[in-house]
Design a protein around this ligand. Structure first.
Ligand code: FAD
Length: 309
């Protein structure tokens, strides 16, 4: 933090792609903003980020660094390295406490806090995440097209994902990690598209330097993919939106309207925490919308009469 003050028009919690994008829109609107971030973006382990115009193939860190440099040029925006650990709604101000024990106040809040992927506990699985175990073919499918591909999934979501992945590889095998729950119809379609299903329980995996090597099954057999796709369950990275009473939908995303407003007045959410579409470009677009709508709310509050004339 450069200036000694603890009162802001807006506090943004989460300073990755969505948060920095909102900060840019608000900095350009000359709003006094504090961005609190603990630097754990979900794609931090992936070597290269794809499918974002002008930044295709850049490292996640270099995109973040450039974004932060550009936002830092707006002098009303300040940054704090730390974790927001508590939030209180005190009528016309929100109070945010950090892990460093300090509290900051703001009229409005933006949560750009992302989500936390819940990976299986097999040893080495997490070391491959984003490198050879992938969540999204739009982000990484081109680079591994037609490689020997595994898909760890089952049932309706697995069937839907297999249909998508078939676009990128003719060599696709589904691993259900135990009894398959595909319907008869789905089994016939998978067979028609030459997608074998291995319904054995997985014992563990081996990997070296982020590259998955072998998947070992309980019956002693082994599958050796070049790449494995997996869509993990997730939880919100930050519990403060729920603590403040923001609505969460049944899939676990923060409920927002088209302007990124949550169900609590003055609180906005953007990026992965409130969207099923999970890409850097979409998080940035949502951050822009949050910043613009929030600035509009502030201008309306100061420009329009409290009681209609
Ligand atoms: C492995 C992997 C690879 C990916 N590859 C690509 C790709 O190639 N191309 C692409 O377009 N997309 C990719 N994505 C998706 C993309 O990374 C996300 O959509 C994007 O990072 C979402 O941005 P965000 O700002 O919403 O959240 P994040 O980038 O996850 O950032 C959330 C930020 O909030 C901070 N935070 C959370 N809670 C707190 C708190 N209480 N206090 C302070 N700070 C907090 C975190 O530390 C983090 O910095 C990938 C995702 C994964 C998981």
């Amino acid at each position: 933090m450069t200036k000694k003050t603890n009162s802001f028009e807006v506090i943004i919690i989460g300073g990755s792609y969505a948060g920095l994008s909102a900060a840019m829109a608000l900095g350009r609107s000359m709003r006094k903003v504090l961005v609190i971030d603990n630097n754990l973006p979900c794609n931090r382990q992936t070597p290269f980020s794809h499918n974002f115009l002008t930044q295709d193939g850049q490292t996640p860190a270099s995109i973040h660094l450039l974004a932060k440099e550009q936002v830092a040029k707006y002098e009303t925006v300040q940054f704090l390295n730390g974790t927001a650990v508590a939030a209180k709604n005190e009528g016309n101000a929100f109070l945010i406490k950090t892990d460093l024990g300090k509290s900051y106040a703001a009229a409005k809040l933006i949560f750009a806090t992302g989500v936390k992927d819940l990976l299986p506990e097999w040893e080495s699985f997490d070391s491959c995440w984003g490198i050879s175990i992938l969540h999204c073919p739009y982000c990484h499918g081109y680079e591994v097209s037609n490689k020997k591909t595994g898909l760890l999934a089952n049932g309706d979501p697995g069937f839907e994902f297999a249909g998508l992945l078939r676009n990128w590889t003719a060599d696709l095998t589904i691993l259900t990690n135990g009894r398959s729950s595909f319907s008869k119809e789905q089994q016939i379609l998978l067979a028609t598209h030459q997608i074998p299903v291995i319904d054995l329980e997985i014992k563990g995996i081996t990997a070296s330097q982020g590259q998955i090597r072998e998947i070992h099954f309980e019956n002693g057999t082994v599958f050796e993919p070049d790449v494995l796709y997996y869509r993990p369950p997730f939880e919100q990275s930050c519990s403060l939106p729920a603590q403040l009473g923001c609505g969460i939908n049944p899939d676990g995303y923060i409920l927002t309207d088209a302007f990124q407003k949550t169900t609590i007045k003055g609180v906005y959410a953007c990026g992965d925490n409130s969207s099923r579409i999970r890409t850097v470009s979409h998080a940035i677009a949502m951050g822009t919308v949050a910043g613009l709508s929030l600035n509009r709310e502030l201008t309306d509050e100061s420009f329009l009469p409290a009681v209609p004339v």
